[in-house]
Design a protein around this ligand. Structure first.
Ligand code: 5GP
Ligand code: ZN
Length: 149
C-alpha cells in the first residue's frame, strides 16, 4: 500500500495486520476504540494515509477525516447517551503524542464528569503559556508567521 510506515502501529491497523475494534471505515479514514480508554466510548479517528501529526498533515485527507469524525461523533453521542464530546489531538512528545500517526481522540462527555475542566490545571497552563505577551501581541505573531509561509 502507498504511504505506509511499516513501523507504525496505526498503519498496521489500517492494513488489518494488527487487531483493532473498528467502528467506522471509509476509503480514507478509520475509527476504532482506544486500547486504553480515558472514558468508556473513547474512539480514535485516523486518516488511512500516514502523516506523523498536524505539522506534516496531508490536507487532501482533511475532508474524509472530518466526515468520519462527524459520523462517529453523532453515533457516539447517541450510543453513549453523552451530553457532549471533546476532540483531542496531540502533536509531538511534548504535546502529549505517543503514537506518531495523526489521530483525533473522540471523548464522550457527561455533565459533571470533571474531565479537562479542573481549574487548577487550566490556571497552571495559562500561567506558562505565552509568558509576557498579551493576546493581541500573540495574534500579531501568529498572523506574521502565516504571512511568511
Ligand atoms: P496520543 O497519546 O498519541 O495522543 O494517543 C495515542 C492513543 O493510542 C492512546 O490513547 C493509546 O491508548 C492508543 N493506542 C496505542 N496503541 C494502540 C493500539 O495498538 N491499538 C489501539 N486501539 N489504541 C492504541
Ligand atoms: Zn502510520
Amino acid at each position: 500500500m502507498e504511504h505506509v510506515d511499516y513501523n507504525c502501529i496505526f498503519c498496521a491497523i489500517v492494513a488489518k495486520r494488527a487487531p483493532a475494534n473498528i467502528v467506522y471505515e471509509s476509503d480514507d479514514a478509520l475509527a476504532f476504540m482506544d486500547i486504553h480508554p480515558i472514558v468508556p466510548g473513547h474512539v480514535l479517528v485516523i486518516p488511512k494515509k500516514h502523516s506523523r501529526n498536524l505539522f506534516d498533515f496531508d490536507e487532501s485527507c482533511a475532508p474524509g477525516l472530518m466526515r468520519a469524525e462527524r459520523i462517529v461523533a453523532r453515533a457516539l453521542r447517541t450510543a453513549m447517551n453523552a451530553d457532549g464530546l471533546t476532540v483531542l489531538q496531540s502533536n509531538e512528545r511534548v504535546g502529549g503524542q505517543t503514537v506518531f500517526h495523526y489521530h483525533a481522540h473522540l471523548v464522550p462527555r457527561f455533565v459533571g464528569d470533571g474531565l479537562l475542566t479542573r481549574p487548577e490545571q487550566l490556571h497552571a497552563a495559562q500561567a506558562r503559556a505565552g509568558e509576557g505577551l498579551g493576546p493581541a501581541e500573540i495574534a500579531d505573531k501568529i498572523r506574521a508567521q502565516i504571512q511568511n509561509t
